[in-house]
Design a protein around this ligand. Structure first.
Ligand SMILES: [Zn+2]
Length: 275
């Protein structure tokens, strides 16, 4: 019952496993079952409240549980809550535990719990995708690499990808990460990505003037959206995409976003709106 919260049931040192409080309190054998897997609430597992139902049915404050203060051992407590507000006035947003000041929208994301191997593979694949951007060489040259260095780097990344099976272009294409010519694309709008978009990131996020407004900022992009309880921080699911496209489909996923967009466009056309 707990294995879906992590990497195929394999826990690695430094992991924290998120436990659904309703499942935990609803099963009298929870504690023992967790122990059998080497897990203990407050040590390497925490109760993670993310819905109003969980919060109301086993309120950790009523149970006198302490919130976790750290994402690493010692956790300092047994639960963390990230419950969104509802339309009801009394149901305000609940954010308790792991608190660091000024952390905007500090939701816990499942990818924080990926193993080192998975993280390394993801990074390598992301670099592979960088080098498949149409203007990658040009951008790397401008950033100070020599043609020779670029070639060496590409061969190096290519070799790792080959041995780790990270450059399956058919799969990358199916997952909307590259096009038919193996060029890196935005998973939502399918436009080819310009590596220049990586370079403009810092200046944009700091709110400074962007030197080239024709360049769209690039962000990490989860092909299937992250959900607590699903292990989606993995290769072939983490790519690059336009910041704007990512914002639009962050929570609902690509296909649902496309359906939503189609509905809006259809409705506008039906109303005779010209655009
Ligand atoms: Zn896009």
């Amino acid at each position: 019952m707990w294995h879906s919260y992590c990497n195929k049931g394999k826990f690695e040192n430094g992991f924290i496993v998120l436990i659904n409080p309703i499942e935990y309190f609803g099963n009298p054998k929870s504690e023992k079952e967790l122990l059998d897997k080497g897990l203990k609430i407050g040590e390497n597992a925490i109760l993670f409240y993310e819905t109003r139902q969980q919060w109301n049915s086993c309120n950790p404050l009523d149970l006198k549980l302490k919130p976790a203060t750290s994402r690493q051992k010692p956790l300092g407590g047994k639960f963390v809550a990230r419950v969104p507000s509802t339309t009801a006035k009394i149901d305000e947003k609940i954010t308790i535990g792991f608190n660091t000041s000024g952390q905007k929208g500090a939701g816990i994301r499942v990818y924080e719990y990926a193993s080192k191997e998975v993280i390394n593979d993801c990074q390598t694949q992301l670099e592979y995708l960088f080098w498949n951007c149409i203007d990658a060489d040009e951008v790397a040259l401008a950033a100070g690499m020599t043609t020779e260095q670029i070639e060496i780097r590409k061969v190096h990344i290519g070799e790792i990808c080959e041995s780790r099976k990270l450059s399956d272009n058919k799969l990358l294409h199916e997952n909307r990460m590259i096009d038919k010519s193996n060029k890196t694309i935005c998973p939502l709008c399918l436009e080819r990505l310009k590596a220049k978009g990586f370079m403009s990131r810092l200046t944009q996020s700091e709110g400074r003037n962007v030197p080239d407004l024709t360049v769209t900022e690039i962000n990490l992009f989860h092909i299937r959206e992250l959900r607590t309880g699903e292990f989606n921080h993995k290769t072939y699911n983490l790519g690059w995409g336009h910041h704007h496209c990512n914002v639009v489909c962050k929570d609902s996923g690509i296909i649902d976003t496309l359906k939503w967009m189609k509905m809006i466009v259809d409705k506008n056309i039906k109303e005779g709106i010209q655009f």
